[in-house]
Design a protein around this ligand. Structure first.
Ligand code: SF4
Length: 392
């Protein structure tokens, strides 16, 4: 554990916090988006907001694959498994708990008789297909660039070993396209969120490389610092961003040099190119339709494409009424701005995707408990007001 301990050293953290207090210019407000939900959880797990001066604000981004999948795509999975009794739907655990519009969740669909299984990887799904040759096994593929190469390898393995009863419902999405969509919002629009710079995702960057964000600096003059997940990584990355902003620089810097290179993992990129193709457009929860922001299975591997095999059709659908996930994912609202937070919505009973996943912002706020008391107090005040009105 020596390696991890070094990145959690309290004295060094206090040193970085002191540097931030010294270097953050009074009268200036720094709004920094941590794109990745893993960073959001690291920020709250380690109490980083308490170490920052008041004029450095962290804005939570859409980098949670479970969270950004729109309700309509989840409905497609539910219709598939409910309408086709021959199908076993193999999914990561988090996806099972996200509410869809037609059923409460895939778990509820399972209670209604659908054959939904939780898996830890596409390899588990392939094993399911081999063990059930009379059934059709569909892997519910989600994720950013980090999880796309394993899905590609799973499809290649299915072809190599002639597993014909296996296919993938592909929902893999692309980080740079989402960052660009955030930066492209018209500043005059209500949807606009002012961002001064990005704490860049780390695992994604291991695959795609730091050069992939060059457009942020070149086209939009926004700095990006790719950050590791340990508390000192995050603090140092914030300091690097503050220094860039103070000096009027907009560059792509890499704090996470122990894992990320400028070009990324060429072998992983090659298998992704082999198996997938760009979708012309894809809907993201909170960000709407974004051009060329997601992948589909290429024609060469169409036999493994569940959307083609089962003629699945996308129908846009609304999320839970009152759920602020879309605004939370854009960085326009914080989880505690949602009236349902820690009242009707909790990790045990999630009403929106951001409360489900280990990378969701609402789950981070709830899990680390720092705002739950506020929310519960507000709920109790609202109840008292309603009660007083009834009695009046
Ligand atoms: Fe949605 Fe629940 Fe978060 Fe509100 S607290 S935005 S309902 S996930």
């Amino acid at each position: 554990m020596k390696y991890v301990d070094e990145f959690r050293d309290g004295d060094r953290a206090r040193g970085l916090a002191a540097a931030l207090r010294q270097e953050a210019q009074p009268g200036r407000h720094y709004r920094l988006m941590e794109f990745c939900g893993g960073h959001t959880h690291a920020v709250f797990r380690y109490g980083i907001p308490d170490l920052l001066p008041d004029n450095i604000e962290l804005v939570h981004g859409p980098g949670c694959p479970v969270c950004v999948l729109p309700t309509g795509r989840l409905d497609m999975a539910m219709r598939l498994v409910l309408d086709h009794p021959e199908v076993i739907l193999a999914s990561y655990g988090d996806m099972l708990r996200v509410p869809g519009s037609e059923h409460r969740s895939l778990l509820q669909a399972r209670a209604d008789g659908a054959d939904v299984r939780m898996v830890y990887s596409i390899s588990d799904a392939l094993e399911l297909a081999r063990a059930n040759p009379q059934r059709q096994v569909v892997f519910f593929g989600i994720g950013f660039e980090t999880t796309t190469p394993p899905t590609a390898l799973g499809i290649l393995e299915a072809r190599r070993s002639a597993v014909d009863n296996f296919s993938v419902f592909c929902n893999h999405v692309l980080t740079p396209a989402a960052m660009q969509a955030i930066l492209d919002v018209d500043p005059a629009s209500e949807e606009s969120v002012e961002i001064d710079g990005f704490i860049g995702p780390s695992h994604v960057s291991v695959i795609i490389g730091s050069d992939s964000y060059a457009f942020c600096a070149g086209q939009y003059h926004k700095p990006v610092v790719i950050a590791g997940f340990e508390p000192l990584d995050v603090l140092q990355s914030i300091l690097m961003l503050v220094r860039q902003l103070n000096e009027g620089r907009a560059e792509i810097e890499n704090q996470y040099t122990r894992a990320v290179t400028s070009q990324g993992n060429a072998r992983a990129q090659q298998v992704v190119r082999e198996v997938f193709t760009l979708r012309p457009t894809f809907e993201w929860r909170g960000l709407g339709q974004i051009p060329t922001s997601a992948l589909a299975i290429s024609d060469d591997y169409a036999t493994f494409d569940a959307e083609k095999r089962f003629a699945m059709r996308y129908v846009p659908a609304a999320g839970t009424k009152g759920c602020e996930c879309p605004a939370v994912l854009r960085g326009a609202k914080k989880p505690i701005d949602c009236k349902l937070f820690a009242t009707a919505c909790s990790p045990e009973s999630p009403l929106g995707s951001c409360m489900v996943s280990d990378e969701g912002a609402c789950a981070a706020y709830f899990t680390y408990g720092r705002f739950r008391e506020d929310a519960l107090q507000r709920q109790s005040q609202q109840r008292a007001v309603v009660k007083a009105r009834r009695q009046a």
